[in-house]
Every structure is written in C-alpha cells, then in structure tokens.
Design a protein around this ligand. Sequence first.
Ligand code: FAD
Length: 389
Amino acid sequence: MPRFPGVDYMHFDSLLTEEELLVRTTARRFVDETAQPLMRDAFNHATFPTQLIPEMASLGFFGANLEGYGCAGMNNIEYGLLMQELERADSGLRSFVSVQGALVMFPIHAYGSPEQKQHWLPKLQAGQAIGCFGLTEPGFGSNPSGMLTKAELHGDCWILNGEKTWITNGSIADIAIVWARTPQGIQGFLVEKGTPGYSVADLHGKLSMRASITSSLHFANCAIPKCNALPQAKGLKAALGCLSQARFGIGWGVLGAAMDCYETARAYVTTRRQFDDKPLAGHQLVQEKLAWMITEITKGQLLALHAAKLKDAGKLDAAHISMLKRNNVAIALECARLSRDLLGANGIMDDYPIMRHMCNLETVKTYEGTDHIHTLVIGERVTGIAAYR
Ligand SMILES: Cc1cc2nc3c(=O)[nH]c(=O)nc-3n(C[C@H](O)[C@H](O)[C@H](O)COP(=O)(O)OP(=O)(O)OC[C@H]3O[C@@H](n4cnc5c(N)ncnc54)[C@H](O)[C@@H]3O)c2cc1C
C-alpha cells in the first residue's frame, strides 16, 4: 500500500515540533501498513477489526493525552494528529479510540476515585479492557438533560433502570460509563459487563459507521455497588465535559477523512482523461473543486492547531470546540461529496475510500452534538441568548 503523502499547502508542518511530527509519522505508518488495508472489508461486513486493539494499545493510542497510569501524556497537538491519521483510515476506527480515551478513560481520570483509577485506567490503556459511554436514550439525543434512566440508592447498591441507545462499542465493552438520574441529580456510574440486570443488544442495518459496533444498553433493576458511582461525575456538566474531549478529537479527526478524499480525487483527475488529451485536472471546473477543498482543509488545520494550543494552555472552552467540530465536519463532508463527484461513476465504488468516508461523516455530523446544536452554542456565545428551546 503506498504511503500517504500528507496534505500541506501552507507549510503547516513548519508549525509542528519534532515530537509532534514523530507522533504523526508513527500513526501514519500504523494506518498505512496495518489499519487501512482492513477497513474496506470491515465496513462492508459491518465489523470492527478488534485485531488492531493490541497494537494500538502498545503504540499508546488509548487515553493518549492523559497523564499517568501508563498513558502516553501527549500534548493536544500530538493527540489531534493521531486522531487525524486514524480517521483517514475510517471514522469507525477513530471513534473506537475516541470512546476509549475521551469518553471512558477521561471521566475515570477526571471524576473517579483513586481506587477506580488504579483499577481501570491501566487496563483500558493496555487494551485489556474496552469501555463504552452511555448518555443518549431513545427519546433524548440532542437534549440529554431529559434522560429517563434512573438510579436509586438501596443500602449498599445503586439500582439502575432504563435504556441507553446508539452506544459505540456497547457489546464489546467490559465497562460502561452510564449517566442516570438520581434524586440528587444526574450522576455518572461504572457498570461492569455481566452485572445481573444489565443487557446489551447490537443495532444492525447502519449504512454509516459500519466498521464500528453500535449497541443499546438495557438496565432492569441492575444493582451495582455503591462505590461504582464516579465521585466527581455529578450533573450533566460532567457528562458534557467528556463530550468536549471527544469533540476536540473529532475536530482533528475529520480532517484525515477530508485529506483522504481530497488526495484520492487529486490523484485521480491528474490521470483520467475525457474529450481531449489533457487530464480532467486541466479543466477549470475541476480545479475549482480542488481549490475549494485544499483551502478549507488548510483553514481547518489552522483552526484545529489553534484549538489544541488553547487546550494545552487551559483556555479552550466548549463554545470554541463547537466551532471546531461544526466547521471541520461540514468541510470534510463537502470534501467527500466533491471528491466523489470528481471520480464520476468510479466514485461510488468501494475500490476508493470516498463513499465510505462520506457515509461515515453523516454520523459524525450528528453525534457528539449535531451541526444544529453546535450552531446554537455559537449563536448563544455571540448573542448571549440561548435558542435551544
Ligand atoms: C453511529 C453512532 C454512534 C453513537 N455513539 C454514541 C455513544 O457512544 N454514546 C452516546 O451516548 N451516544 C452516541 N450516539 C448518539 C448521538 O450522540 C445522538 O444521535 C445525537 O446526540 C443526536 O441525537 P438524536 O439522534 O436523538 O437526534 P435528535 O436530537 O432527535 O435530532 C434530530 C434533528 O433535530 C435537530 N434538533 C434537535 N434539537 C434541535 C433544536 N433545539 N434546534 C434545532 N434543531 C434541533 C438536530 O440537529 C437533528 O438535525 C451515537 C450516534 C450514532 C449515529
């Protein structure tokens, strides 16, 4: 498989340190040599390539921007570049790593007790345990504050009742971070696989994110030990804090999908000919599409880099992340559509990654806050008026 040449129109790499470039080189090699060759079949057969888990763990991909417990302690530029390369392979692969790190390890790291951290984080980092994050419910997606899942304290146990759906990695997870309503407010819990009253069913028939497992979690008088509540995971704000971590990764990740589409189309039109001797790339309408894509990818890279610097400085807030996620997903989706067009009929074939990226990006537009919801977050920031209701 040929090595990905990278997309760097404006000396973006000159803004990166040697360590940051090294992380990207490592991730790029893993994607080109090991992951990329598996993703087409994984997508077609609707399976996640679990055989990649040990190598991703040994390369430090899980919880990569966390400190301690065996985590790589990457800065947020390194972490972002990692997400970019993984999503260049497939959004499902990046989702797996995002969920494990940002939605499972992060809440345990940020909100867990010393015992919970010591028990779970080394295993999750090593890929010996897999996690999932249960916030969405059948009736509550964009508005998780309406959740119906309940947890009540009875003696030494919390009793959970309710349902979570659209949960990435649900059926392969050893541990679920579950958000439920208690008399004191929303609270995050650790629910272990095999707990009586906890059952999981996979969702089938997805035409997007096929190389990713998506499940529903059911809780029927599911009793978990009192000590499985995450002590600091109190209120919806705690759950949204995890989503901010994941959305930041998405803002970088989708650039990888956009780059793969752009580079596939650029290479295709430089050799494909119609009407005359010159390649398609010699026509103005074709160049206009390439010019749009490279400009938007370059702007997206700079936005992501600035966001990472702000994050490292502790200055990145949720409304900043909304702009990053919303913008970069939108331009990635448009890059996929334009690239598909430039390949003509070939663009719909799975010989090329474009259609797979396009289908995946429809999910990425929706999960972790829809395009509309991030628009409203930005609108609220600039007007002071919340327009969600
Ligand atoms: C493949 C996949 C994996 C997922 N993984 C997870 C996971 O691991 N854990 C988890 O908890 N969830 C997960 N989700 C769920 C995801 O976060 C939700 O789908 C998302 O929050 C949107 O919720 P919804 O699908 O119920 O859409 P809805 O909230 O019903 O929205 C439908 C439409 O209405 C619009 N809308 C809603 N409210 C407003 C408003 N106030 N103003 C304007 N427009 C509005 C939306 O923007 C959207 O266009 C996943 C979803 C998918 C598809």
